[in-house]
Design a protein around this ligand. Structure first.
Ligand SMILES: Nc1ncnc2c1ncn2[C@@H]1O[C@H](COP(=O)(O)OP(=O)(O)OP(=O)(O)O)[C@@H](O)[C@H]1O
Length: 675
């Protein structure tokens, strides 16, 4: 197989002659001449397999040798039905009787009107959903868990950590993906090679940018698309499935991405590339080897070689006008409204009854009054070309395929710690605001209780410590609830791609968040001497330690509340359910010894109960007089409670964190879908 890429004169069209139907034996020659695409071709030139040669100023990519050594990869699918469960026990049938086949070396397009089910089909093929009936086979065999290792799935919406650079993002994925088999140096070399392949080397050290909360300046839209593809290429998959890799790009950028996909498909190692493409330009359309066309009702309108589609339509009396983009033409044909309702649609197809598709490799189903007959004709034509059509008994095999499996938790702990630390460190604004806010709050406490405590009868000491701890509990847990859920969608994708584990992620992410959360210490430390608390190094040391533990416990509660949903509103809404009882049973608002026995368990799990008592005991150990006896009596505590309360506080702070990790793990494993 020879692929030649012209780097010379710019010409105004792309000429592609690809027939992959005949498999490995056939020669595929793609000559990509592109006006205004010199940049792109230069970037394609950076795709340098080992056997690149030049001839008369042209790059000749000769992968004949690799073809003979390359195993053939054939993916076949027959999805008889894919339903999405809606509320009130309703369901929506998104796909019906979709069959097709693709093999390595080919660039396949899934096309159809918006909402026809392109994403759904890709999710089925990538096994991101199992809620479909039908069969999927790889080289004629039922899928196994290894399918995930062979397959890269590029989502439509890119999700990145915005503060990471392109290189850092890829290194994270390479380490998680490859470190079982490769050394650190080899992982880094693989990152460099892939960046070269998708032409991202020059932006390797730029921030990715983007983000959900606010926009961070970063690389361009096209570069983000290529980074999305590069992430999946790291593991060298044989099958690359892409959901609308050109969406949001202008036509030139879209063509650059599709040229890249074409080169990924045909160059060694030849890969199966299957992409949902919404509205390809005519040039992009000519790059495609096979087309799966869906109607707006999620039914198969055509499956077959791209270059036979227009001939086939002509045979049915639908001729694409010479000035018309063929992709637009077939999209209009596949759209029920245009066909059924509009006379004078391109090719003059309005409301016309259609003949049987006849003896062609590929079929057309057009919505019309005769659609029933056409569905049958379409199926019978396809069944000649596609072995699995109508075979539905392998559904159980698909459902039973083991998931991708999490990556090694110890590796993912280290890489998540590194990634989260880099992200946190670069959140300058967030850190600066946290420092300012805590300084301001510390000053408010300091000014309000300024030198009150040495002359206090105990009430102001209790008031200061209580309000400080309540503020810490609320502010620290809210801060977690506002940040933690945003990573969840990324974690789910990485988990399904086998490059992250919930345990490694949680431990790394939470540990990396500890240093920035120390900003809360300012709120406690700043007013200590202003308000006149015990001027003893031991008392101050315990005060700081207890404040740190309460901060840790408050974050644990924040993690627990926000681990129930990827929606931060849920975490923030249920947070009071955790915090309010803790405050009520702190000993300040409800007499400790008169708590009804049936509610005592709430007191036992209240962080405020122990932390407030410990803070008070720490102070009364260094003061005499009426304040001491007031506080001891008021809170109904004694000095000997200190060690037991300390153990309870530390245990609770760890317990809440472990519970948060458990909830996250269960959600990732059993309840969440990849989006
Ligand atoms: N979770 C969901 N809940 C309800 N409806 C859904 C859900 N997911 C998909 N659908 C519906 O299923 C149909 C197919 O959706 P899908 O995203 O697969 O289409 P698409 O062809 O990729 O669309 P587009 O080109 O606009 O991205 C649409 O009608 C969509 O509204």
């Amino acid at each position: 197989m020879v692929d030649s890429i012209d780097l010379g004169k710019l010409e105004a069209n792309i000429v592609t002659d690809t027939d992959l139907e005949t498999g490995d034996e056939e020669t595929t020659t793609s000559t990509l001449h592109s006006a205004g695409l010199s940049q792109n071709l230069a970037s394609s030139a950076s795709v340098k397999p080992k056997d690149v040669k030049t001839e008369n100023g042209r790059l000749i990519v000769d992968d004949r040798e690799s073809v003979s050594t390359c195993a053939r990869v054939v993916l076949e699918w027959n999805i008889s039905k894919y339903e999405i469960k809606l509320k009130k026990r309703k369901s929506l049938t998104v796909l019906r009787s979709i069959a097709g086949r693709a093999e390595n070396g080919s660039f396949n397009a899934v096309m159809g009107p918006s909402g026809c089910g392109k994403t759904s089909l890709l999710q089925c093929l990538a096994l991101r959903t199992r809620d479909f009936e039908g069969s999927l086979t790889l080289n004629g065999k039922a899928l196994t868990g290894a399918y995930f290792a062979h397959t890269g799935y590029v989502h439509q919406k890119e999700l990145f950590f915005p503060h990471l650079t392109v290189r850092e993002h890829l290194v994270f994925h390479a380490l998680n993906h490859l470190s079982r088999h490769k050394s650190l140096e080899e992982c880094i070399a693989r990152v460099e090679a892939v960046m070269e392949e998708v032409d991202l080397t020059k932006v390797g050290d730029q921030k990715i940018g983007g983000g959900d909360l606010y926009l961070v300046a970063g690389i361009s839209g096209g570069e983000r698309k290529r980074l999305n593809i590069a992430t999946e290429l790291l593991g060298n998959p044989r099958i690359l499935l892409l959901d609308e890799p050109t969406s949001g790009l202008d036509s030139v950028m879209g063509e650059l991405v599709c040229l890249l996909l074409k080169s990924i498909a045909v160059q060694a190692p030849r890969r199966l590339v299957l992409a949902a493409i919404h509205t390809p330009s005519s040039r992009v359309f000519t790059l495609v080897s096979h087309v799966t066309l869906l109607t707006s009702h999620g039914e198969l309108a055509y499956w077959g070689p791209r270059d036979k589609l227009l001939l086939f339509l002509e045979g049915l009396g639908y001729r694409c006008p010479s000035y018309f983009n063929p992709a637009d033409f077939i999209l209009e044909l596949a759209s029920a409204k245009v066909i059924a309702g509009q006379a004078g649609a391109p090719g003059g197809v309005g409301g016309q009854e259609l003949a049987s598709p006849g003896n062609v490799s590929g079929s057309l189903l057009v919505e019309s009054t005769s659609s029933g007959k056409l569905v049958a004709a379409c199926k019978s034509t396809l069944s000649r070309d596609l072995a699995p059509l109508g075979v539905n008994n392998r559904h159980k095999e698909v459902v039973g395929v083991q998931g991708p499996g999490a990556s090694n938790w110890a590796v993912s702990f280290r890489t998540n710690l590194w990634r989260s630390w880099l992200s946190q460190r670069r959140e300058y604004v967030g850190l600066a605001v946290a420092v300012l806010m805590n300084t301001a709050l510390g000053l408010v406490f300091g000014v309000l209780y300024f030198q009150q405590i040495p002359h206090d009868n105990g009430r102001n000491t209790a008031g200061y410590l209580f309000s400080l701890l309540v503020t810490l509990l609320i502010a620290s847990s809210i801060a977690v609830c506002m940040n933690f859920p945003f990573d969840f969608a990324i974690l789910m994708r990485e988990y399904y791609a086998g490059v992250n584990s919930p345990l490694g992620y949680f431990l790394g992410r939470t540990l990396a968040s500890e240093p920035p959360s120390l900003a809360f210490m300012i709120m406690g430390i700043l007013p200590y001497f202003m308000v006149g608390l015990a001027p003893s190094a031991v008392a101050f040391g315990w005060y700081c330690l207890l404040f740190f533990i309460v901060n840790f416990a408050a974050q644990s509660i924040g993690y627990l509340a926000s681990s129930f949903s990827a929606n931060p509103v849920v975490g923030l809404s249920i947070l009071p359910l955790f915090i309010t009882p803790m405050i009520l049973f702190s000993g300040m608002l409800y007499e400790r010894n008169s708590v009804p026995p049936s509610l005592r368990w709430i007191q036992d799990i209240s962080v405020m109960n122990y932390s407030f008592a410990l803070m008070v005991l720490n102070q009364v150990g260094h003061i005499d007089g009426p304040a001491r006896s007031f506080l001891i009596d008021f809170l109904q505590i004694k000095d000997s409670d200190f060690p037991g309360f300390l153990i309870a506080l530390v245990s609770l702070s760890i317990l809440y964190r472990v519970a948060a990790m458990g909830v996250l793990w269960v959600r990732v494993k059993f309840f969440s879908k990849v989006q």
